[in-house]
Design a protein around this ligand. Structure first.
Ligand code: ADP
Ligand code: MG
Length: 304
């Protein structure tokens, strides 16, 4: 009998296009592994569709809000359907950069200094930056987006202009800018798989640097670090994954100033496109893309 699976892809977040790319790659891999695959592009509450299909298991290939933040997970949970990646609470904590940074601090995991700026309380942002002892440039970003959407690196002179662009979020994160290197770590089954360094040609690892091969971000696998430092970043990522209670596979994003690693975030639904980093790290460890995808399904409980 063929193993049946439902792949959720697309969705309503600003990362819809990336989710479709990840989803298509995973559908192909699942078909190679002889799964009978159905696909659903959920628009908001998809409880009626899911009740019609009644899948045994869901491969969640959604990114960003609604798909990665606990909503989709709680719908599947309430329908008693197994699904890949992290559960409700871990997903909603990890997507919230304020809450997750507070947990990192609590676990003594280094993360850039920050504060939350609220557009409605009329406090002067320059005063807040000064009292938080943060130097320019600063990074401003939405609390719960992904794919570098709405991330701006600001000097004193262009802060006000960039701040206006994020006004619709009501609240944003203002973070110390960490100059140096961009390194990301994949964690699989509570064990760190490897660290990769990204060298974007653009000003930073923005949306285009992440997803356009034309932007020519250089990927260096494994990240060229001395052995002790390589082990250190792996162990921080593992600790972060465990401290947020994550499951399956995650990817932690770091900045490295050649002294310390600063953890920016843990991604509970890391990209699975052909330029994505988790598959590249896995490949380096000898895990083929289709085996990685099948592992996620088995980890979610198929055949168990
Ligand atoms: N504090 C920071 N210092 C330096 N670069 C940063 C900082 N915050 C974000 N960036 C840059 O922006 C990218 C996206 O930021 P991140 O916090 O990972 O949000 P997203 O969820 O959009 O990926 C990072 O990979 C990095 O290149
Ligand atoms: Mg990131």
């Amino acid at each position: 009998m063929k193993k049946e699976i439902l792949v959720l892809m697309g969705g309503i977040s600003r990362e819809k296009e990336i989710s479709l790319l990840s989803g298509r790659a995973c559908v192909k891999a699942l078909k190679k592994k002889k799964y009978k695959v159905k696909v659903l592009d959920p628009k908001g509450n998809f409880i009626n569709e899911i009740r019609k299909i009644r899948p045994k298991i869901v491969f969640n290939s959604l990114h960003g809000r609604f798909g990665e933040d606990g909503y989709t997970q709680s719908i599947l949970e309430s329908e008693k359907i197994k699904y890949t990646h992290s559960g409700v609470l871990s997903s909603s904590i990890a997507i919230d950069k304020e809450v997750s940074k507070k947990i990192f601090i609590n676990k003594k995991i280094c993360t850039p200094k920050f504060f939350i700026y609220n557009y409605n309380n009329n406090l002067n942002i320059h005063t807040l930056i000064k009292t938080s002892k943060i130097n320019f440039p600063v990074v401003i970003k939405p609390i719960n987006e992904g794919s570098s959407i709405g991330v701006y690196i600001c000097e004193k002179k262009n802060l006000s202009k960039n701040l206006k662009k994020l006004k619709k979020y009501n609240q944003i994160l203002v973070e110390e800018y960490i100059s140096g290197r961009e390194i990301q770590v994949a964690v699989m089954n509570n064990r760190a798989l490897g660290a990769i360094e990204l060298k974007p040609k653009r000003k930073f690892y923005d949306y285009h640097a992440k997803y356009s091969s034309k932007a020519k971000t250089k990927h260096i696998m494994p990240a060229p670090l001395e052995q002790k430092k390589y082990k250190e970043i792996l162990s921080i990522a593992k600790e972060a994954h465990i401290s947020l209670g994550c499951k399956g596979i995650t990817r932690s994003d770091f900045r490295y100033n050649n002294k310390k690693f600063f953890l920016l975030e843990v991604n509970t639904q890391p990209g699975m496109t052909n330029l994505s980093l988790v598959p590249e790290i896995a490949a380096y460890r000898g895990i083929k893309f289709e085996d990685l995808v099948e592992w996620m399904v088995k980890d979610a409980g198929y055949d168990r």
